[in-house]
Design a protein around this ligand. Structure first.
Ligand SMILES: [Zn+2]
Length: 227
């Protein structure tokens, strides 16, 4: 075999590898371009409302996930809603909405705030997993909002939480009811508005509904606001 024949052979091998790589990347891009809605936004909201009714009336039917459900969801996921909730241990979305493994795509931080990581997570949930409903879920007695009402500074990274809740504290001034409840509602409203303004959802934005709500720790009920 001459040197040029050897070179040709190597080049053709490399070309084949490149074609295979391109095809597989092309195929995954094609899949990524056509995300199907898991459930449309209105139907997703109805499912969450029904789930919370079951939870608040102690008629839950999900209970603990079974091995069968784990097997059903192990290879793929199609969550029907994205929940941006507080890290508070009493507000777990899967429990308060009576949902199972694979149903909800959840972002949780103290004070249900969003940063770039959270926005990226939301964008991924819409574009790649098919969720069309985004719920910002505040809750009564939120410690993060309470801390923000008391001071606009805090030690360590808690400072970034109380700082980012300040717009809600200001917006709540003069609203009816107690200051904490008003600030909690305003915070959920402002975070929903922030997601609407900042999340890069492209053409899918028209299919996506963003709502906010407040979970009541005492009653287990969720009070929904209009979007
Ligand atoms: Zn909280």
């Amino acid at each position: 075999m001459t040197k040029s024949e050897r070179t040709m052979k190597t080049t053709s091998k490399l070309t084949s590898v490149a074609i295979v790589v391109c095809l597989s990347v092309g195929a995954s891009l094609l899949i990524a371009k056509e995300p199907a809605a898991s459930v449309d936004a209105d139907a997703a909201l109805a499912k969450l409302k029904e789930g919370n009714l079951r939870f608040s009336t102690s008629e839950v039917f999900q209970g603990k996930p079974t091995a069968a459900r784990r097997a059903e969801t192990a290879q793929t996921q199609h969550p029907f809603a994205i929940i941006v909730g507080c890290a508070d241990s009493r507000t777990s979305p899967e429990l308060v909405f009576d949902q199972n493994l694979g149903d909800l795509f959840v972002v949780r931080t103290a004070g249900n705030l969003v940063d770039d990581h959270a926005l990226g997570t939301i964008e991924y949930g819409v574009a790649h997993l098919g969720a069309r409903l985004i719920v910002v879920l505040g809750h009564t007695g939120c410690g993060a909002v309470k801390a923000a009402l008391e001071s606009d500074h805090a030690p360590g990274h808690v400072d970034s939480l109380v700082r980012d809740i300040q717009p809600a504290v200001k917006a709540a001034k003069g609203k009816p009811g107690d200051a904490l409840t008003a600030a909690i509602t305003e915070n959920a409203r402002l975070v929903a508005a922030q997601i609407k303004a900042k999340a890069a959802l492209g053409d899918l934005a028209k299919e996506v509904r963003i709502v906010f709500a407040v979970y009541n720790l005492d009653t287990g009920k969720i009070e929904w606001a209009a979007d």
